[in-house]
Write a protein that binds this ligand. Structure first.
Ligand code: FAD
Length: 473
């Protein structure tokens, strides 16, 4: 038997690495086991988020956005740059350098906080033991008073479109295209599909997004979703709703996709196809039979509100448990669990977790939509404000979008904030803080905002809840 720890965390994604750092900061002897190896065979921390998720996608979104700004918008504001050309090799190199900096940062934080990093695949073999098999196949068992499973998730694959080496790929493959596909198909108009579709659309692909559902972004307030759909269409994303993919065939380096929509059976040919239909928990084999940790039929580990499994001392967090598959949700659960293990009271406010789609403009939301509220029988009042009436948005040459606040009709308490605009992902923090503090729309309306700032649109939306926006006729 090797070392004994207070806490062993399995998985070093944003759930696991944050849990490990926080536990160590609380004075607990902590280890974190990670199995992910990069192309050079080196163990890397950061999980999906840093290696093939949030961070690399945002690097490509930013570079492709800058390219479009230079190509389509610089001349409008008086900057002559000639004809810009994307250099995909350099863009990928930039993206990889961003990954490496972030991943290296986690290892440094582990060292600084005294977290023991263990390389290999972890398996819970009893409620107090984790067996780790290293990359050479050697196993060692470590004991711990507490175990945190943070094994994350992997992309869902669907039978009609089996993956190939480089023609039919998941989001991971779409972060590695070495040239711009002329015709790109994306299955799924969710967050990841829209982001990756946007990247390659901006760089020159003709992008078609096939979405089985009839509604666009049903989790976003309808007014904001409609505005987003209009703006993405204008940019050239062909989003086909109610299009259910039924099959595919790879022929002569092309992918023929069959789908059914309201008009019957259809077919489209693409040079690349990205399958973005969601992610599933990566929990197979992470707990030995007999330990008794309960999983549901889809592989999610059952946990209570504080991420306790049914086995005392074993916790699970992040993408491998219920709730939104988001890095910051995973991290918050990591902090909560570490604090609980350290003997503190802790909880996550699941009603105030923001979501962001990093298209251009960005879409960001927290809390209820107006339609959610109505469905639950909650009477609400709402206030909206267009960015075309915001001075800073006009000065930024980014007047698209709107902000909408949903407040309880009786108490005025803010129940949701939904935004589509440049930097909506930053603006949404105001809604999150307001909701975390139980603010009313009037609280925001009575707050002094810096001028000129795009945040003033949130102020105006709050004023509009009572019908008194200043800069709106
Ligand atoms: P992961 O990040 O998946 O980490 C789990 C880790 O556990 C992995 O490193 C894995 O190797 C390791 N592991 C698994 N099993 C074992 C084992 N048995 N032994 C040892 N190690 C193990 N979220 C956002 O909030 N914002 C975004 O902008 C965003 N963009 C995304 C873009 C893309 C393209 C994708 C794919 C995802 C994106 N996400 C985003 C989602 C985000 O990446 C996940 O929600 C987040 O990574 C979940 O964190 P986690 O720690 O639960 O799991």
């Amino acid at each position: 038997m090797a070392d004994k720890f207070d806490v062993i965390v399995i998985g070093a994604g944003p759930g696991g690495y944050v849990a490990a750092i926080r536990a160590a900061q609380m004075g607990l002897k902590t280890a974190c086991v990670e199995k992910w190896v990069n192309k050079e065979g080196k163990t890397v921390h950061g999980g999906t988020c840093l290696n093939v998720g949030c961070i690399p996608s945002k690097a490509l979104l930013e570079t492709s956005h800058k390219f479009v700004e230079a190509r389509d918008h610089y001349a409008e504001i008086g900057i002559e740059v000639g004809e810009p050309k994307p250099n995909i090799e350099k863009m990928l190199a930039f993206k990889n350098s961003v990954i490496n900096k972030n991943v290296g940062g986690i290892s440094a934080l582990f060292k600084a906080n005294g977290v023991t990093a263990i390389d290999g695949t972890g398996k819970v073999v009893s409620s107090k033991e984790v067996e780790v098999t290293d990359h050479d196949g050697n196993s060692q068992t470590y004991s711990a008073d507490n175990i945190v499973i943070a094994a994350g998730s992997v992309p869902v694959e669907i039978p009609p479109t089996p993956l190939t080496d480089d023609l039919i790929v998941t989001s991971t493959g779409a972060l590695e295209f070495t040239e711009v596909p002329k015709r790109l198909g994306v299955i799924g108009a969710g967050v990841i599909g829209l982001e990756l579709g946007s990247v390659w659309n901006r760089l020159g692909s003709e992008v078609t997004v096939l979405e089985a559902m009839d509604s666009f972004l049903p989790m976003v307030d309808t007014a904001v979703a409609k505005e987003t759909q209009k703006l993405l269409k204008k940019q050239g994303l062909d989003i086909k709703l109610g299009a259910r993919v039924t099959g595919s065939e790879v022929k002569d380096n092309e992918v023929v996709v069959k789908y059914a929509d309201a008009d019957g059976d259809q077919e489209m040919t693409f040079d690349k196809l990205i399958v973005c239909v969601g992610r599933r928990p990566y929990t197979k084999g992470v707990v030995a039979d007999g330990v008794g940790v309960e999983l549901d039929e889809r592989g999610f580990i059952f946990v209570d509100d504080q991420c306790r499994t049914n086995v005392p001392g074993v916790y699970a967090i992040g993408d491998c448990v219920r709730g939104p598959m988001l890095a910051h949700k995973a991290s918050e659960e990591g902090v909560m669990v570490a604090d609980i293990i350290a003997g503190h009271k802790a909880e996550v406010n699941y009603d105030a977790i923001p979501s962001v789609i990093y298209t251009s403009p960005e879409v960001a939301w927290v809390g209820m939509t107006e339609q959610d509220a109505k469905a639950k029988g909650v009477e609400v009042k709402t206030g909206s404000f267009p960015f075309s009436a915001n001075g800073r948005a006009l000065a930024n040459n980014a007047p698209e979008g709107m902000a909408k606040i949903i407040a309880d009709a009786e108490t005025d308490r803010i129940l949701g904030v939904h935004i589509v605009s440049q930097h909506a992902g930053e603006l949404i923090a105001q809604g999150v803080i307001a909701m975390e503090f139980g603010s009313s729309a009037e609280d925001l309306a009575l707050t002094c905002y810096a001028h000129p700032s795009t945040s003033e649109a949130i102020h105006e939306a709050a004023l509009a809840v009572d019908g008194h926006a200043i800069h709106m006729a």
